[in-house]
Design a protein around this ligand. Structure first.
Ligand code: PAF
Length: 282
């Protein structure tokens, strides 16, 4: 496993690799890796000759400065986790902020309505920042495939739209959510939960499972009320939103007879740590 910290050194290395027309997989991450990231990396290793895992905490996608400051960072621990997965078939790209953004960036994407709901509504500017960094990674690395987890389901839709807008980019491979034994979706932010909040957090997946069980039997407004009540019964988790949305357009669904698959999306605050999760309900 080779570690590159500059775009030029990575590009130089990849140009020789490209001549041999081998396939290249990219797993973009912000570090603080867990089994979810490793599952994406393993899939890329299976599907490509070479896998690049990028580790970059992207400042311009954080709408909350405290969240950026407290985001866990430990490159050495990340490398230890990646070494057995990538071995000689992988590269880690861990650039600095100056390396990624040598110039002022003023790109404004219009991802349309799918970036205006849920995460887009509650985290202004977030998806624009994600779009900018992902497009930059795609342009530097020119992967054949890029791997994204379904925990950030809306992000996946935005990235597909990004490839459409830029008319440039790899095949986007969605990967299933990896959960702890108690159902909590794996997330780098879980490290920041207090013992009390960690113990309460599995209620998010229980609420989603309840939504899937009751979807179609109960009115959506009632269902949302029940889910919110279930989470608020912990007394220490605070719901930011519960939404039922069309899997493709991400537009809210208000009735249970819907022609397309529907997913339930939840965002919750555990003190200052924000957790998101989702599950298909129809
Ligand atoms: O999902 C993430 O970790 C980030 O949003 C991504 C895609 C690596 C861009 O910074």
């Amino acid at each position: 496993m080779i570690v590159f910290k500059t775009c030029d050194s990575l590009r130089d290395y990849l140009s020789t690799f490209r001549e041999e027309s081998q396939s290249l997989g990219l797993v973009p991450t912000m570090g603080a890796l867990h089994e979810g990231h490793l599952s994406l990396s393993k899939l890329s290793v299976r599907q490509n000759n070479l896998t690049i895992v990028s580790v970059f905490v992207n400042p311009i996608q954080f709408n909350n400065p405290a969240d950026l400051e407290k985001y866990p960072r430990d490159l050495e621990a990340d490398l230890d986790l990646l070494e057995p997965v990538l071995g000689f078939r992988g590269i880690v790209f861990a650039p600095s902020v100056e390396e990624m953004y040598p110039k002022q960036i003023d790109t404004q994407y219009d991802f349309g309505p799918l970036a205006e709901v849920m995460e887009g509504a509650f985290r202004p500017g977030h998806f624009n920042g994600v779009g900018i960094v992902v497009n930059r990674l795609f342009r530097i690395i020119e992967p054949d495939r890029a791997y994204f987890g379904e925990k950030d389901f809306q992000q996946l839709a935005v990235i597909r739209k990004l490839v459409e807008l830029e008319k440039f980019g790899p095949e986007i491979i969605p990967c299933p959510i990896i959960r702890e034994a108690d159902g909590l979706a794996m997330s780098s932010r879980n490290q920041r939960l207090s013992a009390e909040h960690r113990a309460a957090a599995p209620v998010i997946f229980q609420a989603l499972s309840e939504a899937a069980r009751l979807y179609g039997r109960s009115d959506i407004t009632d269902l949302k009320r029940q889910i919110i009540a279930m989470i608020h019964a912990t007394k220490i988790l605070k719901v930011e939103y519960v939404e039922f949305a069309d899997e493709e357009t991400l537009m809210p669904v208000y009735k249970t007879s819907w022609p397309n698959p529907v997913r339930c999306f939840i965002a919750v605050y555990a003190d200052e740590v924000r957790l998101i999760d989702n599950l298909r309900v129809s």
